[in-house]
Design a binder for this molecule. Structure first.
Ligand SMILES: Nc1ncnc2c1ncn2[C@@H]1O[C@H](COP(=O)(O)OP(=O)(O)OP(=O)(O)O)[C@@H](O)[C@H]1O
Ligand SMILES: [Mg+2]
Length: 300
């Protein structure tokens, strides 16, 4: 999709869900970090999970992908407890890119991407033409063809991130969960990756769930936003309906102005800062930054 698509999405889009959490709690040892949380991931939409550091975003995403077992409650995939669904079936339905994934030493990019196909191969693990085509398409979509023979550990952080995204794409799962897929990427590559995921959603109806640190990107790309604070959902819905100054304050503890994104019209959060507060409060309005008048010195 173009980034602008999120702006015109409304609550009337499909509300069917194949992936749900019901009263989900997740703990590490005795410390519970996700508390009795219920959600529906809207089918064929892009959902973004936002929240401060340590608010439980990755924990929630990993629980949704069956990588963590809940202490209570349940994750439902197509109505069944995900822990009772055979691994191969989960893998064809749900693909996850974890935060900071690690590849074994010496693994090449094409071997990494090929691992995305494991769930599709038969018991004898024959490599098929469909597998080959999926790997090639994933490498092309992430512009990794020329780096395919390099080892993952020899790549830059951004190239490595794209290699992992290629692996998840090659899996061709119906639901894609990605934890901060834009980490390490420069602005152009961030936009490219998010546009790619949005295109996948739009062209193939793939359900996409993203953990994103950048609230403005989340507002641009997501139809549905989930805001977490200390392991509970404090706001959810279309960005245009739920993102305001009070919400940002509650979720991130940050003072800001919300103005329309000049490119997409979606909410744009302009943070206040202890050092720039006068400029923010005096110079910015919903119409955008005030330009100095003729003859006026710009503020330092
Ligand atoms: N493997 C683990 N063992 C123990 N505690 C953990 C583990 N993983 C995460 N935690 C703790 O659980 C809480 C939630 O962590 P989580 O990684 O889900 O947060 P997050 O919202 O993804 O944060 P970030 O934005 O920094 O990625 C944090 O307090 C974290 O220290
Ligand atoms: Mg995280």
């Amino acid at each position: 999709m173009s980034a602008a698509r999120a702006a015109d999405s409304g609550p009337d889009r499909a509300t069917i869900s194949r992936l749900d959490a019901d009263a989900l709690s997740v703990a590490y040892g005795d410390t519970e970090v996700v508390h009795h949380l219920s959600l529906r991931v809207p089918d064929a939409q892009v959902t973004a999970i936002v929240g401060a550091n340590a608010s439980g975003k990755s924990t929630l995403l990993r629980a949704l992908a069956r990588l963590l077992r809940p202490t209570s409650g349940v994750v439902l995939l197509d109505g069944a407890d995900i822990h009772r669904v055979p691994t191969r079936q989960v893998a064809t339905k749900v693909g996850i890119l974890p935060q900071s994934p690690q590849a074994p030493d010496g693994l090449t990019v094409e071997d990494l991407v090929a691992r995305g196909r494991y769930a599709h191969q038969g018991w004898l693990r024959q490599w098929s033409k469909a597998d080959e085509a999926a790997v090639e398409a994933a490498l092309a979509a992430t512009r990794m063809e020329e780096l395919a023979v390099r080892t993952v550990d020899s790549l830059s952080g951004g190239q490595r991130q794209r290699a992992w995204i290629a692996m998840v794409l090659a899996q061709q799962s119906e639901i894609l969960l990605l934890d901060e897929p834009t980490t390490y990427l420069d602005m152009a590559h961030q936009t490219e990756v998010l546009d790619l995921l949005a295109d996948l959603n739009e062209q193939t109806g793939r359900t996409v769930v993203l953990v994103l640190h950048d609230l403005n990107q989340a507002c641009r790309y997501a139809h549905h936003l989930l805001a977490l604070r200390e392991g509970v959902i404090v706001a959810e819905g279309p960005p245009g309906q739920i993102v305001d100054e009070a919400m940002v304050k509650e979720v991130f503890g940050l003072d800001c102005l919300i103005i329309p994104d000049p490119v997409t019209g979606t909410p744009l959060c302009v943070p206040a800062s202890r050092r720039s507060r006068p400029a923010v409060t005096e110079g910015l309005s919903a119409e955008g930054p005030r330009r100095p008048r003729a003859g006026e010195q710009p503020s330092p």
